[in-house]
Ligand binder design. Structure first.
Ligand code: ZN
Ligand code: ZN
Length: 439
């Protein structure tokens, strides 16, 4: 049990710079692209062609992983595969082809992270091209989660604990990322929805005061989508990968594939089956998102009704409301999509205006993405979610994990009653760092 591969060690272990990488586009951050990569020589020696995810799963503990950060203009100069043009691309939209990168001589053109929680080093690029077709096919095969796809019954069985009454939703302050939970009347998690936090350039946004999660219920973790700021705390807290994770089936590269392998090795990896549009259990409805490209809009979203049948709280992950089947229904409260990013879609649900209604934002102070964006405040405020930036005064209902009142972690409590007292963790904060502080 633990952090599985050295790339995930929370202390940010040092490693040797590889010579050659097989890399896959992960996301863009303004004019910068991030690619997740594996040492190509290691992959050929240790995995080779014709291996499926079961082979990767069993050998990836030793995989030499990295994340390559490169300016968009440099990428376009090498032009290994076509990058969509125009200013309208979303952060997770980009090429899906494998790229072979040779590092070495040449001016410093990028940064290489050899740890998810480490510091990047500058690197030169000697060559960058599309990976040969047979190599790309082998990589696709190795990272295909197919061997872990389960049927609906197995997911229902894993989520049986959700028949317990849910009284609160905790939106945790994990810095730049997201971690939320469906909680009992003490605020203890019955299930998590995402368990991420700040990594790479944003690792400093994760507070040192956050020392442990609560696993009293052996809560399953439902992953909205494969994005490291939504699962990285699975490495910060060693117990997390021994839980059951219910995850969407998305195209993965080496870093995501190795985290999936860590769950399969330590806990249970249940991959959402194709054709299952939604699943209802107790107060909870999990919905498969309807997006057509990118990971953000094609994963899982969750709605949780109140214990007395009140309207739901909507947990969006990074999906825009229009990609979630019930995204434009009438939730009592929302966790605003994608840390408040500009979603290039102005649609928001209409706020019911109930006393407990809130719009919660999960992001880290001074993050590199400039989340949240003012346009997101405007789009919500317009639909009757008064925001402090536009509607000053006590009527504002936006809450921000980055606020950290009194220097505490900025965990937000969402509920259905505005008069019920904020729950107190059963351990009184002695065992976990999940005490909710904002309402
Ligand atoms: Zn994302
Ligand atoms: Zn995210």
């Amino acid at each position: 049990m633990g952090w599985h591969n050295r790339f995930f060690h929370p202390e940010g272990l040092d490693a040797e710079t590889p010579r050659r990488l097989y890399a896959l586009f992960d996301q863009r951050e303004g004019e910068t692209l991030l690619l997740e990569a594996v040492d190509a020589d290691w992959f050929e020696d240790s995995i080779g062609p014709g291996a499926d995810f079961t082979v990767w799963r069993d050998r990836s503990r030793d995989a030499r992983l990295s994340v390559l950060e490169i300016a968009e203009r440099s990428f376009r100069r090498w032009n290994p595969v076509q990058l969509p043009h125009g200013k309208d691309e979303l952060e997770d939209e980009g090429p899906r082809e494998w790229i072979e990168v040779t590092l070495g001589a040449g001016p410093e053109e990028g940064l290489l992270y050899l740890s998810l929680f480490g510091v990047a080093r500058p690197i030169g690029i000697e060559d960058m091209r599309a990976a040969p077709a047979n190599v790309a096919a082998g990589l696709d095969e190795a990272f295909d989660l197919e061997p872990h796809v389960v049927d609906e019954d197995e997911i229902r069985e894993a989520l049986d604990g959700l028949k317990t009454q849910i009284d609160w939703v905790g939106v945790y302050d994990v810095g730049q990322g997201a971690a939320t939970a469906l909680c009992d009347n003490h605020g203890a998690p019955i299930a998590y929805f995402d368990l991420g936090g700040g990594v790479l350039a944003n690792k400093g946004t994760f507070s040192n005061a956050f020392t442990d999660i609560c696993t009293s219920y052996e809560p399953p973790v439902i992953l909205s989508h494969w994005d490291w700021d939504h699962w990285s705390s699975g490495n910060r807290f060693p117990v997390a990968t021994s839980l059951t994770w219910i995850v969407p089936n998305q195209k993965l590269g080496a870093v995501h594939g190795t985290f999936a392998a860590a769950i399969a090795a330590n806990g249970r990896l249940l991959v959402w089956p194709g054709g299952l549009a939604s699943l209802r259990i107790g107060q909870v409805e999990i919905e498969k998102c309807l997006g057509t490209s990118g990971r953000n809009h094609t994963g899982l979203a969750l709605l949780v009704d109140g214990p007395a049948g009140e309207p739901p709280i909507l947990l969006t992950g990074d999906a825009r409301y229009t990609a979630i089947p019930s995204g434009l229904g009438n939730p009592i409260s929302v966790v605003v999509p994608h840390h408040g990013a500009d979603m290039r879609s102005h649609s928001t649900p209409l706020c019911l205006g109930q006393p407990a209604a809130r719009a919660a934002y999960s992001y880290g102070p001074s993050n590199s993405f400039s989340h949240p964006r003012h346009c997101t405040y405007v789009d919500h405020d317009f639909n009757s979610w008064p925001h402090r930036a536009l509607t000053p005064g006590s009527s504002a209902i936006d809450r921000h994990t980055a606020d950290r009142p009194g220097g505490q972690l900025g965990h937000i409590a969402l509920g259905w009653s505005s008069t019920a007292p904020t729950p107190t963790q059963g351990c009184l904060g002695k065992k976990c760092s999940l005490q909710l502080v904002q309402r």
